[in-house]
Design a protein around this ligand. Structure first.
Ligand SMILES: [Zn+2]
Length: 298
């Protein structure tokens, strides 16, 4: 199955729903980042969570889901946009705790820290909102984040289900949210169905997206759109050059003279960039030139 995000609407009850499947991305990034099982489980949950929150944003806005936690995972970061592009990393890649997977994930997060969502607008301004972590699943923290930050009735679930020997058989998220003038009681009922295990059971049965929504929120839904969700990193040599200019012309000159090169690893996709001394000196020359040119100073 291709990883995808589905959007559905319940016109008569005034609800919207999102379903995301990110199993392929979770398995691919386990290899990419070399994640031990508990780290991989939590990163999968983080990918699904960020895909849901990202899909709620307007065009050209993106979100950063940031977890900073006291447990051995230490934290994770996922960048997501409404077009279904995801990228991220885990701070503690080597966490593999014994026991049942979701209990291990709670232990890996530990009891303290923050879950934050940074909304980044197209013009570069941003807005951060956070909740303190308790000893809970990532989903529990995200539910509290929705209550505190969005103030819209929301039913939410993140699920990682094994398939045979594969612990990341299915990695999925579901969100049911009330639209203005929508039916709040229907969201509460969806929450109860989720707590009773309806989402996990429907996933287990291999239900398509609309079936997953109906399993927790009843009939009468219309599928609005489906889109691909993919792991895409926007890093490039140009961005690396830009980052290096933060050292200032003197700093770049120093680097060329002492180390002889600049090496940068992208933390999202592990692309490795090298700027050789010649290129650093050229960068330095252009930086000094730009500074001397009147009218460019501001
Ligand atoms: Zn990259």
């Amino acid at each position: 199955m291709i990883d995808r995000l589905s959007r559905a609407l319940h016109p008569t009850r005034g609800l919207r729903a999102l379903v995301v499947q990110v199993g392929d991305i979770a398995r691919m990034t386990r290899l990419l980042h070399g994640l031990a099982p508990t780290s991989a489980q939590l990163f999968g949950e983080g990918l699904a969570a960020a895909a849901l929150v990202g899909a709620l944003q307007k065009d050209e806005e993106r979100i950063n889901l940031q977890l900073e936690c006291a447990g051995p995972l230490r934290g994770l970061f996922v960048d997501a946009d409404p077009a279904g592009n995801l990228r991220g990393y885990v701070r503690g890649a080597d966490v593999g705790l014994p026991g049942e997977a979701s209990a291990a994930a709670i232990a890996a997060m530990g009891g303290g820290g923050f879950l934050s969502v940074l909304r980044v607008r197209a013009n570069g301004t941003f807005y951060r909102s956070s909740v303190e972590l308790r000893r809970e699943r990532l989903c529990g923290a995200l539910r509290r984040w929705f209550t505190a930050s969005e103030q819209v009735e929301t039913a939410l679930e993140l699920e990682v289900l094994p398939r045979g020997d594969e612990p990341l058989g299915q990695v999925a998220g579901l969100l049911v949210q009330r639209l203005p003038d929508g039916d709040a009681a229907a969201v509460a009922a969806a929450r109860q169905a989720i707590d009773a295990g309806a989402f996990g059971e429907a996933l287990e049965r291999g239900s398509p997206a609309l079936g997953l929504v109906q399993a927790v929120a009843g009939d009468g839904w219309e599928l609005l759109a489906e889109q691909e969700v993919a792991y895409r990193c926007g890093c490039s040599l140009d961005r690396v050059r830009n980052a290096v200019t933060a050292l200032g012309a003197d700093g770049v000159a120093d680097l060329a003279a002492t180390v002889g090169r600049a090496e940068v690893d992208c933390e999202f996709c592990h692309a490795h960039y090298v700027l050789e001394a010649d290129e650093l000196r050229e960068l330095e020359r252009r930086m000094r030139q730009a500074r001397q040119e009147p009218g460019r100073a501001t």
